[in-house]
Design a protein around this ligand. Structure first.
Ligand SMILES: [Zn+2]
Length: 276
């Protein structure tokens, strides 16, 4: 089963309308495909949320009175002037207990209509945002993944040195740009080394700094016209990401240090590169 097929069959599956073989094929696909699995989960929780929030209105007593009096008039053969006429009234005339049913049915349909409109609004507005994360969100995910990988896989640096005069030439020979490499050990952010990375479809320099027992990955690549110039802060999964740009380069600092430490680091880096 392809992703397209799985997405097309989503409504039928979540409503339990599919045959067992198709359902099994979908479940198999969901085990293998994280994206579709996520889409199904999102849609499923939406359906549950809407089910729980379906409004239920009771008809006002005055309306009940009007319907009942018009019904009485009809059954006694009197002409109806201001009564509520229509399919429901005709239908319920034949019911044994018109009172309770009449007082609830039209308003339940209104509630259902409201729920359907609510569902449509949510699906149109919320789901696309969940399923198609913005470029920044996607980049943030890549940056965190790279930071975590560098700590987990014993691949913090390609060149391990606290000396910027060792790290910079090494990076310069591997990359087609000359990233600024600073020594900030005097300010409590010793340089640990450098690494090559590939992010957002281009090569990047990753400088690794230490803050007490924590590491900061600073990703640098030349600013391209599509890059955002805005300074950004993203907090996610216990990590902070700070983004800034100096015209030549785009910077993303990622770490689990306190936000104030990371902001301090960014400010030091920014000021020192600006002085050069
Ligand atoms: Zn899929």
């Amino acid at each position: 089963m392809t992703c397209d097929e799985a997405i097309k069959l989503m409504d039928g599956y979540l409503d339990g309308e599919l045959d067992p073989i198709t359902s099994q094929a979908i479940e198999q696909h969901l085990r293998e495909c994280g994206r579709c699995d996520q889409a199904y989960k999102t849609q499923g929780s939406l359906i549950r949320a809407i089910g729980n929030a379906t409004p239920y209105f009771k008809a006002p007593a005055e309306l009940r009175e009007r319907i009942q009096s018009s019904l009485r008039k009809e059954t006694t053969g009197q002409p109806v002037r201001n009564g509520v006429r229509g399919a429901q009234v005709q239908f319920h005339k034949r019911q044994p207990e018109p009172r309770s049913i009449l007082s609830e049915i039209p308003w339940n349909w209104l509630g259902l209509a409201a729920a359907i409109i609510l569902a449509a609004v949510i699906v149109l507005n919320v789901v696309p945002r969940l399923q198609r994360p913005g470029a920044d969100q996607f980049l943030a995910t890549q940056l965190i993944a790279s930071h975590v990988r560098s700590l987990m896989a014993n691949h913090l640096t390609d060149v391990a040195s606290s000396d910027q005069h060792t790290v910079k030439p090494w990076l310069d020979t591997k990359l087609d740009f000359a990233a600024p490499v600073l020594d900030l050990s005097g300010d409590g952010f010793p340089l640990v080394g450098g690494r090559l990375d590939y992010l957002d479809n281009h090569s990047a320099a990753a400088l690794v700094y230490q803050r007490r027992k924590h590491f900061i990955n600073l990703f640098i690549w030349p600013t391209t016209p599509g890059d955002s110039k805005a300074q950004t802060m993203v907090a996610r999964q216990g990590y902070h990401l700070l983004h800034w740009s100096d015209g030549d380069f785009t910077y993303w600092a990622v770490s689990d240090v306190a936000l104030s430490d990371l902001q301090n680091f960014k400010q030091l880096f920014e000021q020192t590169t600006a002085r050069r």
